[in-house]
Design a protein around this ligand. Structure first.
Ligand code: ADP
Length: 359
């Protein structure tokens, strides 16, 4: 606890702060403290308590107290961005913009605290994303440039040109897939599928996702076994749900050896619709399980490149799930296989909705 001289408790009104000022502080998007001339807290916002800055009626954070003292010395407004511990344990921090200003002639001080942690987190995510995407784009672009050079050099050798041209085609497809997935992801971050939600039959969406993946499954002699895909209704966006379900089925195919099976099922409970995809593939090491939903995280980058993966598929699935009020989970055993489960809130089916509207 850091205090200067302590004196009797005073109320804001006693020292000339009108209730109008307090009302104004309450609607500002910041936490606030009003300090008496003895640095005792006269008034504070409710949210300040969760920041762990106060100790009873005094400021318990040394950096904030230092700022208060600096304002007392100078008699002028000052602000500082402080990185303060989130709690007594661990290394988590919060980024706080703290503004301290003298209030009137009675030695009162106002402390306004803006929690910039979310802004800082989003900024650092954006920076990471830009760094990652630049790196991801450089690989196919670099390959295309080397291949173009090889084509030029081998201009008298039709067989070599054919070989390089077909590799150029693969890199061009990779580039276009990557750009498409980045567009998909950024749309997902902007769109709220529940705003113009439709009642959709997840069974129909899953069957169409299976059809889309069937060709690549056949190429690898993988059997897609549909155990049960009944009509189960959810509220949401058809193209987002198609994208999520086909990403999960395509991954099951990509990360499985030839001549294995991929099982697909849709089940409904009272309140949820569950879509599961099970494979007999390479599985995922336990240490990677938490990270596979991050953008560009791959367990085995070489394998992902081989299958034409962009490293964005599962983060797209995670976004779709959370945009729809659902979630995605995974069970996996290395060398044995994986099961991904997408759970979505169940909607009443169309017929029962029209029954109700006809009543
Ligand atoms: P990618 O485009 O690389 O497939 P994803 O975001 O779809 O990217 O998946 C991230 C990583 O998770 C993959 O690179 C892979 O290592 C792992 N993964 C995803 N699905 C499976 C699966 N069914 N079996 C094994 N590993 C998987």
């Amino acid at each position: 606890m850091f205090t200067s001289r302590r004196k009797r408790i005073e109320s804001p009104a006693e020292v000339g702060i009108s209730s109008g000022v307090i009302d104004l502080l309450k609607v500002i998007d910041a936490e606030y403290i009003i300090l008496s001339s003895q640095d005792m807290v006269l008034e504070n916002s409710q949210g300040i308590l969760s920041l762990g800055i106060l100790k009873e009626k005094w400021i318990g954070s040394q950096p904030i107290f230092n700022l208060v003292r600096a304002v007392r010395r100078s008699g002028k407004y000052q602000e500082e961005t402080l990185e303060l511990p989130r709690g007594p344990l661990g290394s988590g921090t919060r980024d706080l913009l703290v503004r301290v200003t003298p209030l009137g002639s009675e030695g009162l001080l106002g402390v306004l605290i803006f929690d910039d942690s979310e802004f800082t987190r989003l900024n650092s995510m954006r920076r990471d994303f830009v760094a990652n995407i630049s790196h991801e784009l450089k690989t196919p672009i670099g390959a295309l440039s080397i291949l173009a050079e090889a084509v030029l050099e081998g201009s008298n050798d039709p067989a070599a040109i054919k070989k390089f041209a077909s590799r150029m085609q693969i890199e061009a497809v990779r580039l276009s897939d990557l750009v498409q997935e980045v567009i998909n992801l950024s749309r997902l971050q902007d769109d709220d599928p529940l705003q113009d939600a439709e009642v959709l039959d997840l069974g129909v969406i899953v069957r169409s996702a299976i059809d889309e993946c069937r060709l690549s499954a056949e190429k690898r002699k993988i059997d897609i076994v549909i155990s049960d895909v009944p009509s189960c209704f959810v509220l949401g966006d058809q193209s987002q749900l198609h994208m999520a379900t086909s990403n999960l089925i395509q991954n099951a195919i990509n990360y499985s050896p030839e001549s294995t099976r991929v099982g697909v099922a849709v089940t409904c409970t009272d309140s949820l619709v569950e879509f599961t995809v099970t494979d007999q593939g390479v599985g995922i090491p336990e240490k990677d399980l938490e990270r596979i939903f991050e953008r560009f995280y791959r367990v085995d980058p070489a394998r992902s490149r081989e299958t034409g993966g962009t490293g964005l598929g599962l983060s797209i699935v995670k976004h779709v799930a959370s945009n729809h009020g659902g979630d995605i989970s995974v069970w996996s055993l290395e060398g044995q296989g994986s099961t991904f489960t997408l759970r979505l809130p169940r909607a009443k089916d169309l017929s029962s909705l029209s029954d109700e509207s006809g009543r």
